[in-house]
Ligand binder design. Structure first.
Ligand SMILES: NC(=O)c1ccc[n+]([C@@H]2O[C@H](COP(=O)([O-])OP(=O)(O)OC[C@H]3O[C@@H](n4cnc5c(N)ncnc54)[C@H](O)[C@@H]3O)[C@@H](O)[C@H]2O)c1
Ligand SMILES: NC(=[NH2+])NCCC[C@H](N)C(=O)O
Length: 703
């Protein structure tokens, strides 16, 4: 023995693979050889006895995994945090390990029931800094980490495991003497990898390949400069040796069948605090909050989305309560405790949860945190960024609904605390008070009653994107909706690009305007230019649409049109003077339909009507969008996305584009209100008009 260290082992008298609780055990049930296991264990025992003092705990019949003493608990000084096994197959080991710790004089700490933590298998001290690396994701819960920090008075850095082959931290992570770290990065999420990289300098990181990782190269016992492990590649051996370590290989293949190797078979029971931790952080950065979700949580898939987003962002959850709605119409309620390894991640998770309608549980008492604007056009850091959903802020004990709901804005509270308004950053002025953080904020999601959602015109598509063969069906539904909007005096806003004209869709759009279906038209310079080019010269970008051929000198047509309109002063005058006699712009002017043309850097001319002041154009657009029942977005990525950004939830949006990516982006607003139609816009408009005409003349259909 060269070191005063103590290790605990347990002889493999009852070892076998009896059940499957990790991927390594699959296919290996009763496939391990007891004799070989005993031989391999004895070898390891022999190696370790030469280095340290090894103590033994009596193996117990019926608990085959008790050989893996790393999972007995976690020791620091004279304290031991007893493991709480996740699987019942191992829970019976707990009393034996507890008795052993007590017999050795340790003060034993026990976690609350149902809070799994699997000891030193998931918690490893950094050998330089003294902090504790703690794993979660499979066997141990993130919520156990604050207990470790408190009881052991140590800084805990939480690492999330994401590959179930590496279900315990010690299967893919091994801190070594001198601050070295042997590890397999793909076993961790990106946040954890960043944390590791921040704490362990690159020259101390020994990154291993998958081939070594699956041989449990990280599951090594490190005693001073010795590293004891299963067989590894020569390359890795060289790498470790180059860092000044002596690699001792000993075969442990029989234990690999149960998902363990050298480190799992041992527990270091002399752990002395390494002094002050390098970081001046909280002992554990883990934060927890409780949120409530209500609605048709199962049908709508919201509960799955909520839980997935928590884990995808590195958090963990515990469903504290789930009341399933009993009647078809009644809603369900879930109370969920969310934990995150850091404040930043908690903020990200809360932001996304609030977006899908979660409410912090203390919603009746909580208050929004307000901070003053100190510079015009600049919000305080951490300002709450709004979404498309109706949002309430809790001020002076009252929940108030935000006016001018839109995404990507800040919530400004009036001086008397009575009103809340979504304000763009540029509109903030000194003296405004702005909501920061997520406290006292809730978004309101209308619970989709099942029956209602069936009646919704677009329900069969949900927020999906229709394929070509479904276009006709989609068009029928949209036509029906347009009819209803028009007949009840509602508002349809159309935003469109010049492709409408190039694809022969302009006469159809003109028809929609003429027949009273459109209440507002939004676009850029091009739609107006090309529409009037077609109206005045029969070409679109110099191409005769009727004959499908380029007209000599046609490439200048659109400039000539721009020039003429400039002479008239604006589009209204050009129409009134009889220069423009048909088309989209003509119908807008003659039917008194307001239009806004927003400028862009590629505009020719521009037309006098094109608003080249972008902020002003955005303002005019949002004015037009206000009160819309539906927005039909036709083949303009630029204008569709621009419009989507300023539209609150509750407004139906139909996005037509030939590029599925554009359509998906626009229709992916997490609501059934947006529909994407992937098709040629000319074809779409022609089908739409056809369908509307059918609806207008029932007799004709009958005939
Ligand atoms: N002469 C000019 O002044 C001029 C000319 C062109 C564009 N512009 C301006 O540039 C800006 C961007 O123009 P934009 O909105 O046309 O471009 P954009 O790239 O933002 O959008 C064009 C969209 O049309 C889609 N598309 C292409 N063919 C289609 C088809 N057959 N059916 C359905 N969708 C189809 C594309 O996938 C794309 O998403 C606008 O403000 C526009 O006014 C000006
Ligand atoms: N510290 C470890 N990684 N221990 C390995 C434990 C193996 C055991 N079969 C289990 O799945 O629990």
């Amino acid at each position: 023995m060269t070191s005063p260290l103590n290790y605990l082992m347990c002889a493999p008298d009852h070892y076998d693979v009896d059940y499957v609780i990790n991927p390594w055990m699959e296919g290996n049930v009763h496939k391990s050889s007891r004799d070989r296991a005993v031989e391999q264990w004895q070898k390891l025992y022999g190696v370790l006895k030469n280095l340290v003092n090894v103590e033994l705990v009596t193996p117990e019949k019926g608990w085959p995994d008790m050989v893996f003493t790393a999972n007995a608990g976690l020791v620091l000084g004279d304290k031991a945090v007893l493991s709480r096994f996740l699987h019942k197959e191992r829970q019976g080991e707990e009393p034996y390990f507890k008795a052993w710790f007590e017999s050795k004089g340790f003060t034993v700490y026990e976690l609350p029931k149902d809070l799994p933590f699997e000891g030193a298998g998931d918690a490893l001290f950094d050998r330089n800094g003294g902090w504790l690396w703690a794993g979660y994701g499979f066997r141990s819960e993130l919520d156990a980490h604050p207990y470790l920090a408190k009881w052991l008075d140590v800084e805990v850095l939480s690492l999330r495991l994401i590959d179930n082959r590496f279900y315990h931290l010690d299967t893919c992570f091994c801190p070594l003497t001198g601050g070295y770290l042997l590890y397999y990065p793909p076993a961790f999420d990106s946040y954890s990898n960043r944390l590791i990289e921040m704490r362990v300098p690159v020259e101390k990181r020994i990154v291993i390949e998958e081939a070594d990782a699956v041989n449990f190269a990280c599951n090594a016992v490190n005693v001073d400069r010795h590293v004891v492990m299963n067989k590894i590649s020569d390359r890795l051996k060289q790498q470790i040796t180059n860092c000044g370590f002596n690699v001792i290989e000993t075969p442990l293949t029989e234990f690999l069948k149960a998902g363990g190797a050298a480190k799992c078979l041992t527990l270091r029971t002399v752990e002395v605090p390494v002094g002050e931790s390098v970081a001046v952080a909280e002992p554990s950065g883990v934060e927890a909050r409780i949120v409530e979700l209500t609605g048709h949580l199962l049908d709508s898939g919201i509960i799955n989305r909520a839980l997935d987003l928590v884990t995808d962002n590195g958090g963990s959850f515990q469903v504290l309560e789930f009341n399933l709605g009993e009647q078809r119409q009644s809603t369900s309620l879930a109370r969920i405790r969310i934990s995150a390894p850091s404040h930043d991640l908690m903020e990200t998770i809360m932001g996304e949860l609030i977006e899908i309608g979660a409410v912090l549980q203390d919603r009746d008492t909580c208050a929004a945190n307000l901070e003053p604007v100190l510079q015009d056009g600049v919000a305080p850091d951490d300002f709450y960024v709004t979404t498309i959903y109706p949002t309430d802020a809790c001020v002076d004990g009252e929940w108030i609904r935000c006016a001018n709901q839109r995404m990507d804005a800040a919530i400004a509270i009036s001086p008397d605390g009575k009103t809340a308004t979504c304000k763009l950053l540029r509109d903030l002025v000194v003296g405004d008070r702005v909501v920061v953080g997520y406290d006292g904020v809730r978004t309101v999601r209308k619970p989709e009653a099942r029956e209602n959602s069936k009646k919704e015109e677009f329900s069969f598509m949900g927020a999906g994107v229709s394929s070509e063969r479904r276009v006709e069906l989609v068009v029928e539904q949209i036509a029906w909706e347009l009819r209803q909007i028009r007949d009840r005096g509602g508002k349809l806003v159309v935003s469109c690009g010049p492709v409408v004209v190039h694809t022969g869709g302009a006469p159809h759009l003109a028809y929609l305007i003429r027949e009273g279906y459109v209440q507002s038209m939004l676009g850029g310079n091009a739609i107006a230019v090309h529409d009037m080019e077609q109206a005045c010269m029969g070409t679109s970008l110099g191409v005769d649409l009727k004959r499908g051929i380029s007209v000599k000198g046609g490439h200048r047509h659109h400039l000539k049109v721009i020039n003429s309109v400039r002479r008239y002063g604006n589009i209204h005058n050009a129409v009134k003077a009889g220069f423009v006699k048909t088309g989209v712009m003509y119908e807008c002017v003659t039917n008194n339909i307001p239009f806004v043309l927003a400028g862009s850097i590629r505009d020719d001319g521009p037309l006098p009507d094109t608003v080249m002041d972008l902020l002003e154009a955005q303002r005019l657009y949002s004015e037009q969008i206000r009160g819309a029942d539906m927005i039909l977005m036709l083949s303009s990525m630029l204008h569709s996305i621009g419009v989507g950004n300023m539209t609150p939830a509750g407004v139906k949006m139909v996005c037509v584009d030939i590029n599925p990516a554009v359509v998906t982006k626009l229709s992916d607003r997490g609501s059934v209100e947006s529909v994407g139609v992937v098709t040629d816009v000319g074809l779409f408009l022609s089908l739409l008009v056809q369908q509307l005409k059918k609806l207008d003349s029932p007799v004709a259909i009958a005939a």
